[in-house]
Ligand binder design. Structure first.
Ligand code: 0PR
Length: 389
C-alpha cells in the first residue's frame, strides 16, 4: 500500500492490522531484549505521559505549569548530581544532550579552537556532534581497565583544544572514566569538561548508599561543566527523555536564542529543537516523586544482583569469559576461541537479542530482566557456545 486511502478506515480494522504488523517487534517482558540500554517504562510514568500528550515545552506561554515541572525535575536531578543550582532541559535523548553540550563548549571557546578530546569508548553521538559543529574529535586510547588514559589525554591538549569528554558508564562495558582526574586537567588548562552519564546517571548516585564502590562522576568535581543523564535509560521514563545539565546559567546562555513572537512574550530557548515533549518532562517529574531515592536504589540493587549472577554463570563456562568485572549492570562477554559474531547470531536464533561490539557481546541487565531470564540466557549461551565450536 503506497498511497494514502481516499476514505479513512474504521479504527477497529486498523487496530487489528496494527496488532498483526507489530507482532514482529521484540518485547521487554519475555526476556528477549538483553542488549538494550532502554527498558519497559514504569507503568505510572506511562499513565502520566498519556495525559500530557498535547503539552509543548517549546511554547512556555501556553504551558507555564509544564515548564515549572520541568524546572523542578531538573533541580531534583541536579541535586542528585551534587549541584542544586544546575540548570538544563529534557531533550530527545543522549545524542541530543551530547550535541547540546559540545554546542555550548564550542560557543564558549575561542574562535580558532576546534578540537575535542574524547575517550576511545565515546558513543557515536560525539561523531555526529563533531560533524554538525565542525569540530575535530581526538580519540584517546583506554587503559587496561577500559577507562580513558588520562596521561594520553594530557598529551593531546594543544592550543586548539576546547573541551574534554569523560564517560560515566561506557556504552560497550559500563565502566566509569576517572572524572576527578579529568576535572583537574580541565581546570589546569581552562577547558570545558563534559561528562556523558547517559547510562550511569541513574545508577551511580545510588552506589554509595548500597555499599558498592563509589564513583565521583558529577558536579562535585569543579571542572565538570555539563552532564548528560538520560531518564529513558535507567530512569525508566518513556522515550523520548534525555537530559542535559549545565553547571550554571552562564554556560546554558551560550546557546540561548530569543524567540520574540510567542504568546507569553519574549522567550529564551536553549535547546536544539523548538517544539519539545512536555509529556516527557512531566512523566520524569512524576516518576522522580513516586520512586524517590529508595525506589531507584532498589531498582539499581536488583539489576546489580542479577548482573553478578549472570557474571558468575559466565565465569563458570569454559569457552567464554568476562571482558572485565562488571562495574554497572552491563556485562561484556568475550571468547578467545569462538567468533563472537557467530555466537551472537546463534543467540539471536534462540530469540536472545544482544549487542555485538568488535571483540565482545554486551548484555545490559535492565530493570525488565528477571532472574528466570538470566538462567534461560545462560542456558542458551551454553548451547550457542557448543554450536559455535
Ligand atoms: N551516551 C551513551 C554513553 C550511550 O550509551 C548512548 C546510547 C548515548 C549517549 C546516546 O543516547 P540516545 O540513544 O538516547 O540518543 N546508548 C545506547 C547504545 O548505543 C542506545 C541504545 C538504546 C541502543 C537502546 C539500542 C537500544 O535498544 O547501546
Amino acid at each position: 500500500m503506497n498511497e494514502l486511502n481516499e476514505k479513512g478506515l474504521p479504527e477497529t480494522l486498523i487496530r487489528r492490522q496494527l496488532e498483526l504488523k507489530l507482532q514482529e517487534d521484540l518485547t521487554y517482558d519475555r526476556g528477549q531484549i538483553l542488549g538494550s540500554m532502554c527498558t519497559r517504562p514504569h507503568r505510572f510514568a506511562e499513565q502520566v505521559y498519556m495525559k500530557c500528550l498535547e503539552k509543548n515545552l517549546g511554547d512556555p506561554g501556553l504551558f507555564p505549569a509544564t515548564v515549572e515541572l520541568e524546572k523542578e525535575a531538573i533541580k531534583l536531578l541536579g541535586s542528585l548530581l551534587s549541584n542544586p543550582k544546575a540548570c538544563g532541559h529534557f531533550v530527545s535523548g543522549g545524542t541530543e544532550a551530547n550535541i547540546t553540550a559540545l554546542w555550548a563548549a564550542r560557543n564558549l571557546s575561542k574562535e580558532e579552537q576546534s578540537e575535542v578530546i574524547v575517550p576511545a569508548s565515546a558513543h557515536y553521538s560525539f561523531d555526529k556532534a563533531a560533524d554538525l559543529l565542525s569540530l575535530k574529535l581526538i580519540r584517546v586510547r583506554s587503559n587496561e581497565g577500559f577507562q580513558v588514559d588520562t596521561a594520553a589525554v594530557k598529551k593531546e591538549i594543544t592550543s586548539d583544544t576546547l573541551a574534554i569528554v569523560g564517560i560515566a558508564g561506557t556504552t560497550d562495558l559500563g565502566v566509569v572514566d576517572p572524572i576527578p582526574e579529568l576535572s583537574e586537567i580541565a581546570v589546569a588548562h581552562g577547558l570545558y569538561l563534559h561528562v556523558d552519564a547517559a547510562f550511569g546517571g541513574f545508577v551511580l548516585p545510588f552506589f554509595k548508599d548500597l555499599g558498592y564502590a563509589n564513583f565521583d562522576f558529577d558536579f562535585k568535581s569543579p571542572g565538570v561543566s555539563s552532564i548528560t543523564v538520560d531518564p529513558h535509560k535507567m530512569g525508566l521514563a518513556p522515550i523520548p527523555a534525555g537530559g542535559i545539565f549545565f553547571r550554571n546559567e552562564k554556560i546554558m546562555k551560550s546557546i540561548s536564542v530569543e524567540v520574540p513572537y510567542l504568546s507569553g512574550g519574549n522567550t529564551i530557548q536553549s535547546t536544539i529543537v523548538g517544539t519539545r515533549s512536555g509529556a516527557s518532562a512531566v512523566a520524569v517529574w512524576a516518576l522522580l516523586m513516586h520512586l524517590g531515592r529508595a525506589g531507584y536504589r532498589a531498582i539499581v540493587k536488583r539489576c546489580m544482583d542479577l548482573t553478578w549472577k549472570l557474571a558468575e554463570g559466565i565465569e563458570a563456562m569454559e569457552e567464554v569469559s568476562l571482558v572485565t568485572k562488571p562495574v554497572m549492570n552491563i556485562v561484556g562477554i568475550k571468547s578467545s576461541k569462538i567468533d563472537i559474531h557467530l555466537l551472537a547470531e546463534k543467540l539471536r536464533e534462540r530469540g536472545r537479542a544482544v549487542s555485538v561490539f568488535p571483540h565482545h557481546i554486551r548484555v545490559a541487565v535492565m530493570p525488565h530482566v528477571k532472574l528466570e531470564h538470566v538462567h534461560d540466557f545462560l542456558n542458551d549461551l551454553e548451547n550457542a557456545v557448543k554450536e559455535s565450536t
